[in-house]
Design a binder for this molecule. Structure first.
Ligand SMILES: [Zn+2]
Length: 260
């Protein structure tokens, strides 16, 4: 039986880079009114005007003459975290397309032009439902750039020495409890992860730290330790309480087999 043009679904995949710190990955509905519009969101129904999903949809939807869309990312970064390097894999799913055949190179060029350096998409190609499952299930370590602030005045030479020591240790096993900020929507579990300090450089009072971690590590909490919820944390390892004040994903590394 032939499908009516009304039911044509188009999936395309690619990678996105997110170059700003005020952009969620997907439509971020106001938690107060769930999108209906209220005083908190000034009637918008959303707390941020845009998202990666909407910056892509704004160009893709009229071209495909599509009705609705879904966005599937290979994980997600917090809205204040930039996604740099080669970008994060995603699949964009457009539903009820009346014009399913479009030029994806042209689409990418127009998305990047209209997004005005807030996002960049690349490697667009037509995709499938199977790929959605694949990119959701792939477990990739990440490399981060973190700007780290120390709570107490710390001797920079002493810190440099301790970072140097950490750098020589390679992967460090950590045990991480579900962070307080997500514990209301996820079960509290203790998970075995690892972190690896690659480099650390003083930047004024703060430190620019390049760090890798296992898939699923909450990196901000792995830095601060969050009152002992991560053991050992970077704070413990360098021997001085610190927090992550700015974070970038520098690279999504090739997948590793999940631990047995
Ligand atoms: Zn609202």
């Amino acid at each position: 039986m032939e499908k009516s043009p009304e039911s044509v679904k188009v999936l395309f995949e690619g990678r996105y880079r997110k170059l700003v710190r005020d952009l969620p990955q997907t439509v971020f509905f106001c938690p107060e009114c769930k999108g209906r519009g209220c005083a908190r969101c000034e009637g918008f129904g959303k707390l941020t005007r845009d998202s990666v999903q909407e910056l892509i949809a704004r160009v893709a939807m009229p071209r495909l003459k599509a009705r609705r869309n879904k966005f599937h990312g290979a994980g997600r970064e917090d809205l204040d975290v930039r996604m740099l390097g080669a970008g994060r894999p995603f699949v964009f799913e457009a539903l009820k397309c009346k014009r399913p055949m479009i030029d994806l190179d042209e689409l990418a060029a127009e998305i990047n032009h209209r997004a005005e350096s807030r996002i960049e998409v690349s490697e667009l190609r037509f995709s499938s439902r199977k790929r959605v499952v694949e990119i959701k299930e792939t477990r990739c370590p990440k490399e981060y750039g973190a700007l780290v602030a120390f709570a107490e005045a710390t001797d920079p030479q002493g810190l440099a020495g301790r970072f140097e020591e950490l750098r020589g240790r390679g992967r460090i096993e950590i045990l991480q409890e579900t962070p307080a900020r997500v514990a209301h929507r996820r079960a509290i579990l203790h998970r075995e992860r690892w972190i690896e300090v690659l480099s650390a450089e003083a930047e004024g009072e703060r430190w620019r730290v390049r760090i890798r971690s296992a898939h699923g590590t909450y990196i901000k909490e792995a830095i601060s330790g969050e009152d002992g919820r991560t053991q050992p944390s970077l704070s413990q390892l360098v021997g001085s309480p610190c927090t992550c004040v700015e974070l970038d994903v520098l690279e999504i590394l090739p997948p590793e087999d999940p631990p047995a």
